[in-house]
Design a protein around this ligand. Structure first.
Ligand code: SF4
Length: 213
């Protein structure tokens, strides 16, 4: 049966004509919700590596993390092209003047067809958006988790839904694709509340949604 939604894999295959896979990078960023600027506790679901999902060492340079991923992934996923995915912690949480060099290090050769940057809505501004908009096929992955402010407070996100909306409008105005991360099953959330989050994101015409259950 056909899916009622377009998967990210299919979207990338349609766009680039070959199988494209994300290469996860830890570029040594931190997070204001971990370093004491907002909080030292972090979101209640955050781990000590800032939700970093890779097994390779962040002691490697960005270039070497990319090359290591390219070495491993084709055997497992038969990928031919790659999106550099800056995943660990908040990947716009440095002065704008430093970001361009960091992101460009990921474009080691023409197998890297784009970049995806995970961050918080309160770690983005016009200057950073402009830098990102000039990169090859850029996408920003915004952590939101829920549209409900009571939930955001309970999980110690350190920002509210209005903050997300401001960031989203800023990024979309620059023509950058936005993917939003949500979580199903957060404390005190029932089925209706989870659906309200997804319905609101659909209403906003978000480009992509990643939901963890
Ligand atoms: S925003 Fe991300 S890195 Fe920061 S505390 Fe929350 S989950 Fe951890």
């Amino acid at each position: 049966m056909d899916k009622k939604y377009n998967t990210y894999n299919k979207f990338l295959k349609d766009k680039f004509g070959v199988k494209v896979h994300k290469l996860i990078i830890d570029a040594g960023f931190s997070c204001p919700n971990r370093d004491g600027t907002i909080s030292t506790d972090g979101c209640i679901f955050c781990d000590e590596v800032g939700s970093f999902g890779s097994t390779h060492s962040n002691l490697l340079s960005i270039k070497d993390q990319i090359l290591e991923g390219i070495e491993i992934l084709p055997k497992r996923f038969k990928a031919e092209k790659y999106i550099a995915y800056f995943q660990a912690f908040s990947n716009t949480y440095k002065p704008a003047s430093e970001l361009e060099k960091i992101y460009n290090e990921a474009f080691v050769d023409d197998r890297i067809v784009g970049i995806s940057i995970g961050t918080r809505p309160d770690c983005i501004d016009e200057e950073k958006v402009e830098i990102i908009s000039k990169l090859k096929f850029p996408q920003i992955e915004l952590g939101l988790q829920s549209i409900h402010n009571d939930t955001l407070k309970l999980i110690n996100r350190g920002h509210d839904f209005d903050c997300f909306l401001r960031a989203y409008e800023m990024i979309k105005s620059a023509g950058i694709n936005v993917c939003v991360h949500t979580i199903f099953g957060l404390p005190n959330e029932n089925r209706d509340m989870m659906l309200q989050t997804i319905e609101k994101l659909v209403e906003l015409k978000i480009d992509g949604i990643i939901s963890i259950c």
